[in-house]
Design a protein around this ligand. Structure first.
Ligand SMILES: Nc1ncnc2c1ncn2[C@@H]1O[C@H](COP(=O)(O)OP(=O)(O)O)[C@@H](O)[C@H]1O
Ligand SMILES: [Mg+2]
Length: 345
């Protein structure tokens, strides 16, 4: 299947209903030191009701990807190439006004630190009602009822009295529950959760992961779950997209990626992790070297300088995201599929 597509970043025709198709996405920032390409060549797909984990070390471009999808980049940032198809509509072609209609209603976002998103001078009720009525289709009385219903849905303890609370009166886990309630207020088709549990302690983290799983079963919303922690991926996602230095380097089901990684970076990430097959016990090996600077990207494969398997070709040209089998991808020269017999090249 990959053969005809060799050499191109092509997303295969959808077998299931795709909610989101990101293809060849590039985002650039203007900085004092010149323009930098924070992500270049981000390609992945999310199906209806599916949870996809976007994984990679800090700085690999996960948040820039998430913010690009919703066009919430700061003013120095700009999408310069690629497409983002949501239900068949290219979000990159929409005006800011049209994007405002998409945000919250069709796609919503949960951030790592709820304290920066919740307004300290408004109560939980005020903020939920605001989220519910923002597109103006529901009256205040019904919105208040819906606010309570949402708090129950996210298993907020004592929801009636929590409606009157301010953010400083809530624990970290409770704040994150409010954020999740706000994100679900308008029953979006897709929720983007950017490290929603990273700021929480381990017990609360597990509770929030449980909650997200439960809510997904109930609501059928698709989730893009962004995390630097490969350890939580198996808990939450069906599919994994691995990023390195602004590129997607591998994609597959959780089982495929964790059990049979097809990119040396994923392999290295797994062996640097406690409690995995590759990284069990005292055989924990940190990845040597550092992530390349955006100002000094290697010409070939971006992982080549740190890769134990690199051959000459790896430092000469960047590999494409090769399709190995259906929805299974690797951006590694060592995984390049054989050309088809008889192909004219
Ligand atoms: N506003 C910005 N201006 C310049 N560079 C940025 C900006 N935001 C992010 N970057 C750069 O883009 C890269 C990816 O960042 P980010 O997406 O936040 O990483 P992650 O979320 O995976 O930790 C990093 O090298 C970061 O320094
Ligand atoms: Mg981030």
């Amino acid at each position: 299947m990959a053969r005809g597509n060799r050499g191109k970043n092509i997303v295969p025709p959808p077998q299931h209903e795709a909610v989101l198709l990101v293809d060849g996405l590039k985002t650039r920032f203007d900085t004092r030191l010149g323009a930098v390409e924070a992500i270049s060549g981000v390609t992945f797909r999310i199906d209806e009701g599916e949870t996809v984990a976007l994984v990679g070390e800090s700085g690999s471009g996960k948040s820039v990807t998430a913010l690009s999808i919703l066009q919430l980049l700061e003013s120095t940032g700009q999408i310069v190439d690629g497409s983002i198809l949501f239900n068949g509509t290219d979000l990159t072609a929409l005006s800011e006004r049209e994007m405002r209609n998409v945000r919250g209603k069709d796609i919503s976002m949960i951030f790592q630190d709820p304290a920066t998103c919740l307004d300290p001078v408004y109560t939980v009720e005020n903020q939920l009602v605001e989220a519910i009525t923002i597109h103006g289709t529901i009256d205040k009385g019904a919105a208040k009822e819906r606010a309570l219903e949402l708090l129950r849905m996210v298993k907020m303890p004592d929801p009636e009295s929590r409606l009157g609370s301010y953010q400083h009166q809530l624990s970290g886990g409770q704040r994150q529950r409010v954020m999740i309630a706000m994100a679900l207020a308008l029953s979006p088709r897709l929720v983007i959760a950017d490290e929603p549990t990273t700021a929480l302690d381990v017990t609360v983290q597990a509770q929030i992961l449980d909650l997200l799983r439960l809510l997904q079963d109930e609501t059928g919303t698709a989730i893009l779950f962004v995390t630097h922690d490969l350890g939580v991926v198996a808990e939450i996602a069906e599919r994994v997209v691995v990023m390195y230095a602004g590129n997607v380097v591998e994609q597959g089901t959780v089982r495929q990626v964790l059990k049979e990684p097809q990119h040396p970076y994923t392999e290295a990430l797994l062996s640097s992790m406690p409690g995995t097959v590759a990284g069990s016990g005292d055989r924990l090996t940190p990845i040597e070297g550092v992530v390349p600077s955006l100002f000094d990207m290697p010409e070939g494969c971006r992982f080549a300088p740190r890769c134990a398997h690199a051959v000459e070709r790896c430092s000469e040209a960047q590999p494409d995201l090769f399709e190995l089998s259906e929805r299974r991808y690797s951006r590694c020269w060592l995984r390049e599929p054989e050309p088809a017999y008889g192909a004219l090249r």
